[in-house]
Design a protein around this ligand. Structure first.
Ligand SMILES: Nc1nc2c([nH]c(=O)n2[C@H]2C[C@H](O)[C@@H](COP(=O)(O)OP(=O)(O)OP(=O)(O)O)O2)c(=O)[nH]1
Ligand SMILES: [Mg+2]
Length: 128
């Protein structure tokens, strides 16, 4: 079964907001763009807004689809809907005790991301 996920590449002043996945989570100990699984019948847009509120305390107001990545981790198959979030209300802060950082594109290589994110990290280096 493929797990549908929405994740937000939150952009502000040439930096991106990333969060450290908890050790006990799938792909734990690696950095991520905040987001989570779509509930049954939920659109990725709706998931994105819900998860960013829950995990980062922000309300995304302007966002657009950036890349769709399907990846098989062996134990889990995911379909990741990555969005660029270019405007939001509130201050982005980890709401679940997770470590977070604002990182420029050129510093993203200093952080270890899940395998499925490699194409995103490369695209961010080339695009912005
Ligand atoms: N959020 C997020 N998930 C990612 C990224 N890259 C990546 O491979 N994933 C994978 C890890 C997980 O298998 C899945 C997302 O699950 P999640 O743990 O964020 O889901 P959730 O927030 O609904 O968490 P939970 O309630 O199940 O704990 O997608 C990423 O950049 N952001
Ligand atoms: Mg999550």
């Amino acid at each position: 079964m493929v797990i549908k996920v929405a994740a937000g590449i939150i952009c502000q002043d040439d930096a991106f907001f990333i969060a450290l996945r908890k050790k006990e989570q799938h792909q734990g100990g690696l950095w991520e763009f905040p987001g989570g699984k779509c509930d049954d019948g939920e659109s990725p847009d709706t998931t994105l807004v819900r998860e960013l509120k829950e995990e980062c305390g922000i309300t995304a107001t302007e966002y657009y689809p950036f890349k769709l990545i399907s990846h098989d981790y062996g134990d889990k198959q995911v379909e990741l809907h990555f969005y660029k979030v270019i405007a939001f209300e509130g201050i982005a802060e980890g709401q679940e005790g997770q470590e977070t950082r604002w990182v420029t594109a050129s510093d993203l290589h200093l952080y270890a991301f899940p395998e499925a994110n490699q194409a995103i990290v490369s695209a961010l280096l080339n695009v912005d």
